[in-house]
Design a protein around this ligand. Structure first.
Ligand SMILES: *[C@@H]1O[C@H](CO)[C@@H](O)[C@H](O)[C@H]1NC(C)=O
Length: 489
C-alpha cells in the first residue's frame, strides 16, 4: 500500500467490455456502410434520416414549400422548419400574459421534485393551462424551473402555441426561452420525459402530463431532490415497491435495496467464478508504463447475458430501474475483492483529454460525446469489514472552503472522506458519471476500498450504461429495448 500512493491524478478508468466493447475502426467502417445503406433505402422511400428527429410526428403533413421561413433576427441559429414560423412563436411569448396562477402551480407540486442546488441540464416543466383568454393562440403554458433549482422565485412561463408539431420543436421553444444552447456535433439531442422517466415523443403526449423533465443530455437521470428522497417504483419487482433513495446530490448517487434476489446474487457469482482474472484498466496517457495492479488489485470478468434467462431478466430490470435502454449497456462486469484488495479512486467515464495519444479510443468515444453515463453497482454479498465504495468528493464533506463538494483528493487510496457505501447483499447503487447536461462529472470519482475481513471476499458487479447505444445487441436485449420504447408517450 505504500508504493503508488499520493497520485496526482485519479487512476485510469476501468476497461470497457470486450469483444463487444468499444467500437474498433472496422466496426466503425461497417457501421458507416450500414448507415449509408439505410440512408439509401430510406431515401428511396422519401424519408430523410437527418431530419428524422425533428420530424417525428410528421406523417400526415401536407406537402410544403421547400424554403423554410427564415429564422427570426433575435434567434439566428433557430432550427429552421418548413412549416413553422418561429416569429409567431416568439411573438406569442412577449404578447401573452404569462404569470401562471398559484392554484395551477400548486397542482404541479414542483417543490417535491426540485433540489436545494442546481442539477445542471435538468429542467422541470409544469404543464399548465393556456393563459386566460388565449385558448385560441395557445395550447398550454409551461412553468419552467431551470436546473431543478428550488427557489422562492416565480418560474418563467413559456407559451406553447398549437402549431408545434414535434417534440423537437417544443424543446426548441423551451431552449429559446431558457437561453439554452445545444452543444451540436455528435452530442446527444435533448429529450423530454414525464416524472416517471417515460420518454415523450409527441407534443400531444407531452401536454397530457402534469410535469415534464427536460434532460439536455437526452437520457433519463433520476431527479435527485434531496438526500433521503425516495422515488417509489411499484411493480418493478412483482409484489414489491422498489425504493430509489438519494444518498448524494453531488455526485448523484441513489441506492436501491433488495434489487437482486439471493438466488440471482448466487447465480451471478457461480457463473463468473471459473473465469475471474486480474483486473485491467484502460491506461491514460499519463499512466502508460504503469501496471494495472498499481491501481486495481481485484479480479474481474465480463459476464455475457446471452441465453441466460436469469441474467436477461436482470438486464431488463436494470433498464426499467434506470430508464436507459439496455441497448446502451455493456455486459455485467463481475468483481471479486479479496482481503486487502482495492481499486483506487477513479472515474468510470473516459475523458478525451486523458487519452489524447490514443486516437482509436478518442474516435470510439466521439471525442467525449459518447461516454459512460451511469454505473449500476451490484453488491452481491455481505462483507463484515471494509469493502465500501467510497466517493471522496461527495457532498458529505461540504465545508465553507469547498461549498460545492470536496476538493480533489491528494491520496487516492484514502477511504475516509466523502460518502462511503458499504456492501449489502442484493443492494445496488446507481451513480452518474455524466451530468444531465451531458458533461462529465468530476465529482463521480470513486474507489473500492480494502476488504478488511480476513478470509472474506467481496463480490460485486459493474453494470455500465452509456449515453448512446453501445453495440449490436442480443435478441433478448433488443426485445427489452423494444418493450421500453413501447411505453414512450
Ligand atoms: C446481509 O446483511 C443484511 C443487512 O445487514 C441482512 O439483512 C442479510 O440477512 C445479510 N445476508 C446474509 C446472507 O447474511
Amino acid at each position: 500500500m505504500s508504493k503508488g500512493k499520493n497520485k496526482k491524478a485519479a487512476a485510469s478508468s476501468p476497461t470497457p467490455a470486450k469483444p463487444n466493447g468499444l467500437l474498433s475502426p472496422t466496426h466503425l467502417l461497417l457501421g458507416a456502410l450500414f448507415g449509408l445503406l439505410v440512408q439509401l433505402l430510406l431515401g428511396y422511400f422519401g424519408i430523410g434520416v437527418g431530419s428524422y428527429l425533428f420530424q417525428q410526428n410528421s406523417s400526415r403533413v401536407p406537402p410544403l414549400p421547400l424554403d423554410p421561413p427564415p429564422c427570426p433576427a433575435a434567434w439566428p441559429n433557430c432550427p429552421r422548419s418548413v412549416d413553422l414560423h418561429w416569429d409567431d412563436v416568439l411573438e406569442l411569448q412577449s404578447s401573452a400574459a404569462t404569470t401562471p396562477s398559484r392554484a395551477s402551480l400548486a397542482a404541479c407540486d414542483a417543490p417535491s421534485l426540485l433540489s436545494p442546488q442546481k442539477v445542471p441540464g435538468m429542467h422541470l416543466l409544469c404543464v399548465l393551462p393556456p393563459p386566460e383568454g388565449e385558448h385560441r393562440r395557445a395550447a398550454a403554458t409551461l412553468a419552467a424551473f431551470p436546473d431543478m433549482l428550488r427557489t422562492a422565485k416565480q418560474p418563467s412561463a413559456i407559451i406553447v402555441p398549437p402549431q408545434l408539431r414535434t417534440v423537437a420543436q417544443l424543446i426548441s421553444t423551451v431552449y429559446h426561452s431558457l437561453k439554452l444552447t445545444h452543444k451540436g456535433g455528435k452530442y446527444q439531442l435533448p429529450a423530454l420525459f414525464n416524472d416517471e422517466g417515460i420518454r415523450i415523443q409527441s407534443v400531444q403526449g407531452a401536454l397530457k402530463q402534469r410535469r415534464l423533465l427536460l434532460m439536455e443530455g437526452g437520457q433519463w437521470i433520476w431527479p435527485p431532490v434531496d438526500v433521503g428522497h425516495v422515488h417509489s417504483l411499484p411493480g418493478l419487482i412483482p409484489g414489491q415497491v422498489t425504493k430509489v433513495v438519494t444518498v448524494s446530490l453531488k455526485p448523484l448517487v441513489v441506492s436501491v435495496e433488495n434489487f437482486l434476489s439471493p438466488g440471482e446474487n448466487e447465480h451471478i457469482i457461480r457463473r463468473a467464478m471459473p473465469h475471474m482474472a486480474k483486473s485491467g484498466v484502460a491506461l491514460k496517457d499519463a499512466d502508460k508504463g504503469k501496471a494495472a495492479k498499481e491501481f486495481r488489485t481485484s479480479s474481474q470478468y465480463f459476464l455475457p447475458t446471452v441465453g441466460d434467462a436469469l441474467l436477461e431478466a436482470v438486464d431488463r430490470r436494470v433498464m426499467m430501474l434506470t430508464r436507459i435502454p439496455i441497448s446502451h449497456a455493456e455486459y455485467i462486469q463481475v468483481l471479486k475483492y479479496e482481503y486487502k484488495e482495492h481499486y483506487s479512486a477513479h472515474h468510470d467515464f473516459f475523458d478525451p483529454k486523458a487519452y489524447a495519444n490514443n486516437p482509436e479510443m478518442i474516435a470510439s468515444i466521439e471525442n467525449g460525446a459518447m461516454n459512460r453515463l451511469a454505473t449500476v453497482f451490484f453488491y452481491l454479498n455481505n462483507v463484515t469489514a471494509g469493502g465500501q465504495t467510497n466517493f471522496p468528493r461527495a457532498q458529505a464533506c461540504i465545508t465553507a472552503e469547498y461549498p460545492n463538494g470536496g476538493p480533489q483528493p491528494w491520496d487516492y487510496f484514502d477511504c475516509s472522506k466523502g460518502l462511503s457505501v458499504f456492501p449489502q447483499e442484493g443492494k445496488v447503487i446507481i451513480f452518474y458519471s455524466m451530468l444531465p447536461n451531458g458533461e462529465m462529472d468530476d465529482f463521480s470519482l470513486h474507489g473500492g476500498c480494502d476488504v478488511l475481513a480476513e478470509g472474506e471476499a467481496k463480490w460485486s458487479a459493474n453494470f455500465w450504461l452509456w449515453n448512446k447505444p453501445y453495440h449490436f445487441i442480443s435478441k433478448a436485449r433488443k426485445r427489452a429495448t423494444d418493450e421500453l420504447e413501447a411505453q414512450y408517450l
